[in-house]
Design a protein around this ligand. Sequence first.
Ligand code: XMP
Length: 319
Amino acid sequence: DWTMAGYRQQAIEAIREQVGNAHVICGLSGGVDSSVTAILLHEAIGDQLTCVFVDHGLLRMNEAEEVVTMFRDHYNIKLIHADESELFLGELEGVTDPEVKRKTIGRLFIDVFQKYADEIKDAEFLAQGTLYPDVIESVSFSGGPSVTIKSHHNVGGLPEKMGLKLVEPLRELFKDEVRALGHELGLPASFIGRHPFPGPGLAIRCPGEITRDKLDILRKADAVYIDQIRKHGLYDDIWQAFVAILPVRTVGVMGDGRTYDYACALRAVTSVDGMTADYYPFTHEFLGETATRIINEVKGINRVTYDITSKPPGTIEWE
Ligand code: XMP
C-alpha cells in the first residue's frame, strides 16, 4: 500500500544508503521542490547537508531574506547565502536569445556550486529537486516529431569534471505529490502552496535584454500583482501567476503629462502538472483594478496587458 508517510521513510533510507558519511550540498531556491528536497535531506543526514542559496539577482522582491530566514533560522539548516548577482547579471549583459539566457544561467549555477562545493570538506554529492516532468525534457506533440522546447537549467546531470554525484529524491514525483510530501514533512502551508518559480528566475520573464532597471520595475509590478491576487483570495486557485516586462515602451498620458514607459503582461494559469495549462479567467473588474494599481504604484510601467494564451500553443513562461 503506497502512502506518503511510507514514501518519506523510503526516501530517507535511500538517501542514507546513497550518501553514507559523505557531505551533500543542496541548491536551495526557495521553491517547493528544493525546499522539500532540503528538509528531506536534513531529516536523513542532518549536518552532513549544506544548502547553497544562489542569489543570481533574478529573484522576486524580498525573496532572499524570506528563504534565508526560513531555512537558517527556523530549520537550523547550514546555509550559504551566495550573492552572485554581479556575476550573473554581468554575464547576461547584452544577451537576448532565450536559449542563450538559459544556458548561461545553467552554466553559472554549476560554476557557483562548484566554487562552494570546493570549500566544503568531503562534499561528494549535489542534491537537486528535479521532478518527474523535468525529467521528460522532450515534449512530443501528437503526430509531430519530438521537440526540445526549452533547456531546463536544472536538468541533464552535471558535467563529469564537476566531480559531484547527483542526489535527486523527488525524481519520481509530480508537483502535487511533492506538496503532499512537504506537508508530511511539516513544511508551513505558506511554503507548500507557493507558486512554482523557475530556476532562471526573472530572466525568462524579461524578454529581450535584461537590465537592472527593468528587473527593478518587474519586481515591483510582480509584487503588486501577487498582492492583488492574494487580496482577492485567488492565490490558491491559480497554478502560477507572474508579470513579464515587455521589451517595448509605449506612449501614455498621466496627469497632465506624456509618459513613455514599459508595457507589461500579466500571466496567470491553472494547471495540474505544468505540462498543459489554461489561462485564468479573471473578471474584468479584477484586471482593471490591477492595471490601475500597477500603473499608479510602479514607476516605469504605463501599460498593462493580460496574456490569454493557454499551453499549448503557448508555454507558461515567456521564454
Ligand atoms: P513552461 O514555460 O515550459 O513552464 O510552460 C512549465 C513549468 O516549468 C517551469 N520552468 C522551469 N522550472 N527550471 C525550473 O526549475 C527551468 O529552467 C524552468 N523553465 C520553466 C515554469 O515556471 C512552469 O511552472
